[in-house]
Ligand binder design. Structure first.
Ligand SMILES: Nc1ncnc2c1ncn2[C@@H]1O[C@H](COP(=O)(O)OP(=O)(O)OP(=O)(O)O)[C@@H](O)[C@H]1O
Ligand SMILES: [Mg+2]
Length: 235
């Protein structure tokens, strides 16, 4: 599904050049559940932004299925993001002036659906994450775990084939963390998602099929296998 080849990302700052990713080559098959760990500043969010076509590499290539993202015009990238890739950001990035329902609907804006269809799908996505009682609440009226669920519903409402989640359980208590992970793992199992999670939490990473470690912009594989299992009949 993803094929990364000699991927490099550097940022030019006033204090000089910062290297965030350094010659990363990596394949991620369709339907895999991957955890990415590593020290702060190691390049995890940068890598996720490359996978989500939110940023372009400095050199090297990113291919998603048959699409070479790194060479694509902005308009086509926006279209692929809108249809194929769900993103849960580090921090929730909800719009404070919109209700939960409206926040989720924003993800459908580029898809040209009717207002009724947008409402129906947003309601359904919020129901899936267990928030049907909170549709009309604004983010400030929701707990951290509930806001995180809204962010997940917003990423999933377009029925993406890839879900990229940057610290989806950061700042949550252990029980809420486990509930969010049960939810993500269930969606991964039932909907055939490719699920890529950045986390500092080993309890979260342990659940993934595959664990990657990112340090100083270089990626390595961890040996341990996770606990997540897909129903083999569905594979
Ligand atoms: N927009 C930017 N401009 C300049 N430097 C950046 C930018 N974004 C990231 N960096 C630098 O790139 C490196 C990797 O950052 P990145 O955000 O990918 O780390 P991370 O692994 O996600 O860290 P954390 O665990 O703290 O979220 C860091 O040294 C960071 O300072
Ligand atoms: Mg980060």
């Amino acid at each position: 599904m993803y094929e990364l080849t000699n991927l490099t990302k550097t940022y030019e700052t006033k204090r000089g050049t910062v290297s965030a990713l350094n010659n990363v080559s990596l394949s991620i098959p369709t339907g895999q559940m991957v955890a990415i760990q590593g020290p702060t500043g190691g390049g995890k969010s940068t890598l996720l932004q490359m996978l989500g076509a939110l940023e372009r590499p400095t050199s090297g290539t990113v291919a998603l299925s048959e699409n070479l993202l790194s060479g694509m015009p902005d308009a086509r990238l926006a279209d692929i993001r809108a249809r194929t890739i769900g993103f849960v950001f580090q921090g929730f990035n909800l719009i404070p002036t919109l209700t939960a329902q409206e926040n989720v609907e924003t993800a459908l804006a580029p898809l040209g659906l009717s207002r009724t269809e947008r409402r129906r799908r947003a309601t359904e996505a919020l129901d899936t994450v267990g928030l049907s009682e909170r549709l009309a609440h604004h983010p400030a009226e929701l707990s951290g775990g509930q806001q995180q669920r809204v962010a997940i519903a917003r990423a999933l409402v377009k029925e993406p084939s890839v879900l990229l989640a940057d610290e989806p359980t950061g700042n949550l208590d252990e029980q809420t963390r486990d509930e969010i992970m049960d939810l993500l793992e269930g969606l991964w199992r039932d909907q055939g998602l490719t699920l890529i999670i950045v986390t500092h939490d080993s309890a979260v990473a342990k659940r993934a099929e595959r664990r990657l470690h990112l340090k100083h912009g270089a990626v390595s594989e961890k040996k341990e296998h996770g606990t997540a299992r897909r129903n083999t009949a569905q594979r």
